[in-house]
Structures are given as C-alpha cells and as structure tokens.
Write a protein that binds this ligand. Structure first.
Ligand SMILES: NS(=O)(=O)c1c(F)c(F)c(S(=O)(=O)CCO)c(N[C@H]2CCc3ccccc32)c1F
Ligand SMILES: [Zn+2]
Length: 263
C-alpha cells in the first residue's frame, strides 16, 4: 500500500527514504519566475482530441486517499506533442479552509487556490500508464490553476459528487461531459518543462504543460473541495481530512522553462 502522505513523518521531507526518485533530479512542482523563463516560438496551441465525451459515456470518480481522481477514456488524447499522449485520469490539489492556497506550481511565487492535473501517457510507445510512468518520455500532464471567481457549472459536474466519494476507496459514476470546459479558453499560453510526478514515486517522466491563465470556481465550490473529502476509510476510527494535498516547490537550478507567450 502506498505509505506516504502530506503531513507528519510520512510527509514530503521523508518521501526520499522510501521513494528515492523523490530526492532526485527534475523534480516538480516548481515556481515559474522570470529568470528561468525563455520564450519559445515553436510552442503551438495544445490540440485536444476526444475531450467532448458524450452524455451516453460515463467517468468513474474515486477517492484514492491522496486526491479525488476521475478516470478518463482512452478516446481522449493530445495530438500535437512529439508522440500521441492518451488521457488516463485527472485529479486536483488544494489547501484548507483557513489557508485556501493549495496549487502545486506557482507564478512568481504566487500560489493559486487549487490546481487540476490531467495525466496522459505516451500511447505511441507504451501499452498503458503503469508501463509509461517511469519512462523519460512516458507522461504528459496538463496543469490548470484554479482561482476564486464566479460559480463554475463545469467543475460542479465533478464537485457535486464529493459526498459519494467522501472516504478512501469510494467510487461513483459521472455522466460524460466536455472535459475541455475545465480548461482555460487560451490553450496557446502555457509554461512547458520536463519534470516529475509530484507524488511518490516522483518519477522524472513528465512533460509538463501548465496553462498561464487560471480558471475560476466560486468561494463555496472551493470550500466544498477543502472540506468534503477524507484520506481515511469510512470505518476508520481516526478520520483524516483531505486538505493541503500539494507538494512544495522544488529547487530549479540550471534549468529553464519554455513559455509560449511573449509578454
Ligand atoms: N501530480 S501528478 O500528476 O504527478 C500525480 C498525482 F499528484 C497523484 F496524486 C497521482 S495518484 O495516482 O492520484 C496517487 C499517486 O499515485 C498521480 N498518479 C499517476 C502517478 C502513478 C500513476 C499510475 C497510474 C495512473 C496515474 C498515475 C499523479 F500523476
Ligand atoms: Zn497532480
């Protein structure tokens, strides 16, 4: 069983003891600050295929004790990367009701309220995500910052199911919807760098694409995210709230982040 958490003796400072890659190179997340950014005119808008999943299909949302995860169909993929990257799952990272900032990546030190990750694997070269996840060109993750604003009906299609996945190992079916509604409108403005999984086993296998513009959810929706879920199982005598499930930013020496935008 994955024995790691975001707090206490199993927290991120001790991850390298059981998961050596977590103490290794190319670790994520990082802070996108000006002196590591380099404009790259070859970075094209992200081209998503099959993201508009029909109502007739469904997604499985599950609580895996670390995050709330939505499994995605293999009909969803990113078209214009060096290989075809097929969708596997999406999940979120967030803070807590008293300290609402819980994104993993930061822009000039600024942490956002939360962050969505859509995990894809290189289906040109590998049969599944489990095979791909420890290969240098194995994974591509899209990162979307979440900020506070108006109520977001698209995120509500996920958030409205939180009571059904309150505890670890609970699952629920969700009718298909257009996952692209969860992304910012401008898919041409993003940060790009080679990094890692931000949870154990921390494999340096991720081509990161983090969009520059945040999407908005309401204060009430954010509060639901911060208070609805538990890391512990339903019958656990010591309930553990699922909050602050973000890794702190990693040292980023001698490395550059490519950006698709000029100013
Ligand atoms: N921030 S992140 O994008 O690096 C990232 C996570 F933050 C995260 F929590 C998970 S997980 O599967 O929910 C739990 C840990 O494996 C994964 N899951 C990945 C890693 C392992 C694995 C295996 C199959 C499918 C997805 C994943 C992940 F890629
Ligand atoms: Zn993540």
């Amino acid at each position: 069983a994955s024995k790691w958490s975001y707090v206490g003796s199993d927290g991120e400072e001790n991850w390298p003891k059981k998961y050596p890659f977590c103490g290794g190179v190319f670790q994520s997340p990082i802070d996108f600050h000006n002196d590591v950014l380099q404009y790259d005119s070859t970075l094209m808008p992200i081209d998503l295929v099959g993201y508009n999943v029909s109502l007739k299909e469904h997604f499985i949302i599950s609580n895996n004790g670390h995050s709330v995860r939505m499994h995605l169909p293999s009909s969803m993929y990113i078209r214009n990367l060096p290989f075809r990257y097929t969708a596997s799952q999406l999940h979120l990272h967030w803070g807590n009701r008293n300290k609402p900032m819980g994104s993993e990546h930061r822009i000039s030190g600024r942490q956002f309220a939360a962050e969505v990750h859509i995990v894809h694997y290189n289906s040109d070269k590998y049969p599944d995500v489990a095979t791909a996840m420890d290969k240098a060109d194995g994974l591509a993750v899209l990162g979307i910052f979440i900020d506070i604003g108006n109520f977001n009906p698209s995120f509500e299609k996920i958030f409205c199911h939180f009571t059904a996945v309150k505890f670890k190992d609970q699952k629920v079916q969700v009718p298909g919807f257009n996952v692209q509604e969860l992304l910012p409108t401008q898919l041409d403005e993003y940060f790009r760098y080679e990094g890692s999984l931000t949870t154990p086993p921390c494999f340096p296998s991720v081509l990161w694409t983090v969009f520059r513009n945040p999407v908005k959810v309401s204060q009430e929706q954010l509060l639901a995210l911060q208070t609805a879920l538990y890391c512990s199982q339903e019958n656990d005598s010591a309930p553990l709230e699922m909050t602050d499930n973000y890794r702190h930013v990693q040292e980023f020496d001698e490395r550059l982040v490519s950006v698709s935008f000029r100013e």
